[in-house]
Write a protein that binds this ligand. Sequence first.
Ligand SMILES: Cc1cc2nc3c(=O)[nH]c(=O)nc-3n(C[C@H](O)[C@H](O)[C@H](O)COP(=O)(O)OP(=O)(O)OC[C@H]3O[C@@H](n4cnc5c(N)ncnc54)[C@H](O)[C@@H]3O)c2cc1C
Length: 307
Amino acid sequence: MKEKSQQNTKVLIVGSGAAGLSAAIYTARAELEPVVLTGPTLGGQITLTADVENYPGVPDRISGTELIMRFVDQAEKFGAKIDYAAAESIDFSRRPFVVETDSKVYHAENLILATGSKAVALDVPGEKELTGAGVSYCATCDGAFFRGKKVAVVGGGTSAVEEAIFLTRFVEKVTIIHRRDQLRADAAAQKAAKSNPKIEFLWDTVVSEVIGEDFVEALRVKNVKSGAEKVIPFEGVFVFIGHRPVSNLYEGKLTLENGQIPVDLHMRTEVPGVYAAGETVDGEYRQLIVSAAQGAQAALTLIKDLA
Ligand SMILES: Cc1cc2nc3c(=O)[nH]c(=O)nc-3n(C[C@H](O)[C@H](O)[C@H](O)COP(=O)(O)OP(=O)(O)OC[C@H]3O[C@@H](n4cnc5c(N)ncnc54)[C@H](O)[C@@H]3O)c2cc1C
């Protein structure tokens, strides 16, 4: 087996979403020569959406990838280095902290943890087997494959409703399946969905099985009030029922609360020299600007602590 190369760094940023990249811009401008580990997705979750129109200063509709690549360019312009690798383990017990990827061992004087969050699965029979075969967690990525078809969207929050609206560009009909009798989505999204002739709603309903041989053919659903079950034909299902912090790297090493890393008001974790930002810390708002702001805060606190 090839020996891993060793690299010292003043700042290692784990994660390349809005939080990690903002932290990279700030620490790079402070001449701390940060290295960013991208993890599985350079740019993070925002790369999953075709349209962003609420990021301040960017009034015209822009794709998530295009917007986040501006963060990448800006970070690189000030000297941040991007390493297309994932952290496989972190040793927080000694400083410099030791972070291993598949090909390198980093010795980092300071760490900024920004591994974000990921979609929650329904956890029902058939879902895993048919993921990528009609079960999707990303309308932007997969919507076009369902042209002219009838699909379900599971969830009632803003993401679910916005993604349902997006799907109407391609599909014949979208049924939003929600376990309550009203949506949690913001008012603008609700209004747009309710006035869209391609969208209908199935209230008080949960999915209990995804049915299909090689591809999704139907969903078994259950009314949570009456308990009645039925099978409804669908050719695809998009699941948007929430997100969970990506924190497997920290389990047993840092204190976690519901999978999230607790931080003080300035994004310091319990370990001196380790900061955290973005949806690994707080998934309440799930907005680019919030993660970006926390990344900047973590970086500025780190810079202050060094001084
Ligand atoms: C479909 C969709 C549409 C959205 N639309 C909008 C919108 O219009 N406006 C808006 O403001 N927000 C939107 N959001 C929310 C926005 O994308 C998030 O708030 C934002 O991406 C969170 O950034 P983050 O940096 O905290 O985490 P993430 O974006 O989750 O980034 C986490 C990063 O950590 C990396 N990582 C994970 N594990 C490891 C590892 N072991 N080692 C190294 N790196 C690792 C990942 O590769 C990724 O780069 C949307 C989200 C989705 C899913």
